[in-house]
Design a protein around this ligand. Structure first.
Ligand code: EPZ
Length: 418
């Protein structure tokens, strides 16, 4: 098992290129199931999760090449096994994104229930409710969802709460349904919009993506296309915090500032100086950060995927910050590890009160989930002394070559075999 060894206290300076978005790449790759023509995805990130969904799609019979390179090509011409086995789904819950496309194109699917994960039970009841509303018969059998539908029929689907992959699953299913589907209280994340752009370039008729009401006029079939994946707004936010927490100056390139306005607003409130270009953001620290408080929300609110990273910054801020996690039930796994580094954090329910300390002290810590790992890297960069992070396979799921990018910015960080 690899570990990251970080010698903290160095200010980061320079430029870092932001990779393609993990949370866009996964639904975009699943969308290949909707057509028998070639799909090409550019600006693809080299991530474990991308390799995992490529393996899953190959298991079904999709031809996938280029995963692990910037261009992925997919061809779902002969899908002989419309199923997602537990062995693969348990390693990545986003595998549930194949459910909608499989039912829409092949009339049936057998997908393992994803099960919970470190940050919460993460049910998929809203995905299943939507498919039933579209006319699918859903059975739960020995840990698998078995869905059947000779032909999906468009209808109105109102989500009790905003679900990103639920919206994506049903947008894909509805694109091949008969008639029109309206998704109400849909997720507005940029990754939902990127998927709609892909579907429309394949010949679908999706309107309103990016807003809470999405209308999809079903079509008989979809063609292939070439699509460039949007930049990863959470990777961008993570590097922006890296600049702020190390007292440095970092320019993020190939990013979309409009996708992380809530994060940028908080960093400015905390004292960072931000300069935005069309596809770049320069973050300049101006001394010790000031405490700010946040409440995580669906987009365009402050992203839950940035909560752990902001908490690392607040751990060394001047003052007291209150961080409320309202999207997931158990997304404070990083707190115990930050406490090992000398942070002063008290949890009450879904709220954490962070009293900033002047300095964190390096120590051995353990990653528990993807964004918690990022939070520990950020804290290690700022801490005095050496921090050793174990179980960094969590990190590799969502950050492309993070130690290489950080080293290029002046960090003293190395990956070692435990
Ligand atoms: C997506 O997960 C992201 N993953 C997550 O990123 C992100 O944290 C999350 O959206 C929220 O922004 C991908 O896009 C691959 P949800 P998703 O459905 O779609 C509840 C990362 O770090 N819910 O929007 O699974 C759910 O339990 C990952 O990159 C139901 O109750 O999240 C949660 O409390 C972590 N029933 C809330 O809704 C459902 O059927 C939001 O979940 C579906 C969701």
């Amino acid at each position: 098992m690899d570990q990251l060894v970080i010698r903290g206290g160095r200010s980061l300076r320079g430029q870092v290129r932001i990779s393609g978005s993990k949370n866009a790449a996964l639904p975009l790759m699943a969308a290949s199931l909707l057509s028998d023509a070639p799909l090409e995805l550019g600006n693809a990130p080299r991530l474990v999760d991308v390799r995992t969904i490529a393996r899953l799609l190959r298991h079904m019979g999709v031809e996938v090449t280029g995963d692990g390179t910037p261009t992925i090509r997919l061809l779902a011409k002969s899908v002989h096994r419309p199923e997602a086995p537990y062995e693969l789904v348990k390693t990545m819950r986003a595998s549930v994104l194949v459910l909608g496309p499989l039912v829409a194109r092949f009339g049936r699917a057998r997908v393992s229930l994803p099960g919970g994960c470190a940050i919460g039970p993460r049910p998929i009841n809203l995905h299943l409710m939507g498919l039933e509303r579209l006319g699918a018969t859903i059975r739960l059998n020995q840990g698998y969802v078995e869905a059947e539908a000779p032909r999906l029929k468009g209808t109105r689907i109102a989500f009790d709460l905003q679900t990103v992959t639920g919206t994506e699953n049903l947008m894909m299913a509805a694109s091949l349904a008969e008639g029109t589907t309206v998704l109400e209280n849909a997720a507005c994340e940029p990754e939902v919009e990127d998927l709609a752009r892909l579907l429309n370039s394949m010949g679908a008729k999706v309107e309103g993506a990016g807003s809470a009401t999405i209308t999809i006029h079903g079509v008989p079939a979809l063609a292939g296309t070439v699509h460039r994946i949007i930049p990863d707004r959470i990777e961008a936010g993570t590097f922006a915090v890296a600049a702020a927490i190390t007292g440095g100056e970092v320019t993020l390139t190939d990013c979309q500032p409009g996708h992380l306005e809530a994060i940028i607003a908080r960093l400015e409130e905390a004292g960072a100086r931000i300069h935005e270009g069309p596809t770049s953001i320069r973050v300049t620290a101006t001394g010790r950060p000031r405490a700010v408080s946040v409440h995580t929300q669906p987009f365009p609110g402050f992203a839950t995927d940035m909560q752990a990273q902001l908490m690392a910054l607040m751990s060394v801020a001047e003052g007291r910050s209150v961080i409320t996690e309202s999207v997931f039930e158990n997304r404070f796994m990083h707190v115990n590890e930050l406490l090992r580094l000398g942070a002063d954090i008290t949890i009450a329910g879904n709220t954490a009160v962070v009293q900033g300390v002047r300095a964190l002290l390096g120590a051995p810590v353990m990653a528990t989930d993807l964004r918690a790992s990022a939070s520990l890297v950020l804290a290690g960069l700022a801490a005095q002394g050496t921090t050793v992070i174990s179980r960094i396979y969590h990190l590799d799921r969502g950050y492309e070559a993070i130690e290489r990018k950080l080293t290029a910015l002046g960090a003293d960080i190395a990956r070692v075999k435990a």
